[in-house]
Design a protein around this ligand. Structure first.
Ligand code: NAP
Ligand code: ZN
Length: 342
């Protein structure tokens, strides 16, 4: 249960010397936005403005900005600040910053002292270091989900070396899962997807999967025992990971990117047998996000989207909660203009 979203007036911080202000054109709706408005993890600060798959056009820049000029296409994902000097920031994995990364919404903004507000809004302002350059995409709206869903699956696929000769499993065909299929295929892996939704079995093949399995079918599941090198688990709710750990080859890894609010149980024998790993991964750093955007533009990878107006936000969240979206909602922010008092 959560309160419906409604319009409100927010102010962005004054543009700092290294800040970029952008007019938001499109913003994706990620299941993490839904978790946050439901306060699934505790700690949500209300009022909240969700949205962290942000694509826009630069509308103003601070005096010292060198990476962008007014009129450039630009994008913001999950991270909008970090300490910059800890070993993780130095390594370009700002998502693990020692002082805690500042997220694009529901985080304390170190400059203003207030909470960050996300991309379901007209404008965004943050330091140019955390703003991505948007390569050429045929459909800019469909590229917005790459800013979270794209990097969240790209980073572990690269880290665990998905590629030719590797059999990769994808659990859950939602926003993250459907992009994982496309990126894993583009990296050269053989892709097997596992879905709870019968109607997605055929669709998975259209999205590029080599094989699609209805996970409720235990007989079919058994055929994949000890077959997969790597599995990426994008499921947003509590589920049995042990039945998937059994599908890993020796030294294989099941990597959780989904964030079920409840604890998951892992059986000792499911990982001890075969020296398997049960791992996790959190979005990706800024440099890797840029690499992913460039890779997706070159490979012509975007999300399958349903574009909505901001006025439809509450029904979109209801449908996302019911697993009724193929495969990502993206808000056309020009619809915000109809609120003439903003
Ligand atoms: P989504 O579009 O709702 O997709 C989740 C998919 O999981 C669904 O399409 C469904 O796939 C499957 N699923 C849902 N409920 C299930 C259940 N009870 N049992 C089994 N399968 C179920 O969500 P998303 O935006 O892709 O996000 C997925 C998760 O990743 C969320 O928890 C989100 O918060 C998290 N996330 C994590 C990171 C990170 O950095 N780690 C970043 C972004 C998002 P089928 O219909 O195919 O079964
Ligand atoms: Zn997200």
């Amino acid at each position: 249960m959560y309160l419906p979203l409604k319009e409100m007036i927010i102010t962005r911080r004054t543009i700092q010397p290294h800040d970029v202000e952008m007019e938001i054109l499109f913003c994706g709706i990620c299941h993490s936005d839904l978790h946050q408005i439901k306060n699934d993890f505790g700690g949500t600060q209300f009022p909240i403005v969700p949205g962290h798959e942000i694509v826009g056009r630069v509308s103003a820049i601070g005096n010292h900005v060198s990476k962008f000029k007014v009129g450039d296409l630009a994008a913001v994902g999950c991270i909008v600040d970090s300490c910059g000097h800890c070993e993780y920031c130095q390594e370009g994995i700002e998502q693990f910053c020692d002082e805690g990364a500042t997220y694009s919404f529901n985080s304390i903004d170190k400059v203003s002292g207030g909470y960050t507000f996300g991309g379901f809004s007209k404008m965004y302002v943050c330091n140019e270091k955390y703003v991505l350059k948007m390569p050429q995409f045929d459909d800019l709206a469909a590229a917005a989900p790459l800013l979270c869903a794209g990097i969240t699956v790209y980073s572990p696929l690269k880290h665990w070396q998905a590629g030719p000769g590797k059999k990769v499993g994808v659990i859950g065909i939602g926003g993250l899962g459907h992009i994982a299929i496309k990126i894993a295929k583009a990296l050269g892996a053989y892709v097997v997807v596992f879905t709870t939704s019968p109607e997605k079995v055929e669709d998975a093949k259209r999205l590029g999967a080599d094989e699609a399995v209805l996970s409720k079918d235990t007989e079919q599941m058994k055929q994949y025992n000890r077959q997969l090198h790597f599995i990426i688990d994008t499921v947003s709710a509590k589920h049995d990971v042990n039945s998937y750990l059994n599908l890993l080859r020796h030294d294989g890894a099941l990597v959780l990117v989904g964030l079920p609010p409840q604890q998951l149980e892992v059986g000792a024998f499911n990982i001890v047998q075969g020296r398997r790993s049960f791992a996790g991964s959190n979005i990706g750093g800024i440099a890797e996000t840029q690499e992913m955007l460039d890779f997706c533009a070159q490979q012509n990878i975007t999300a399958e989207i349903e574009k909505i107006n901001i006025q439809d936000i509450n029904s979109a969240f209801e449908r996302l909660e019911k697993n009724d979206v193929k495969y990502r909602f993206v808000i056309d922010m020009s619809s915000l203009k109809s609120y003439d008092r903003f």
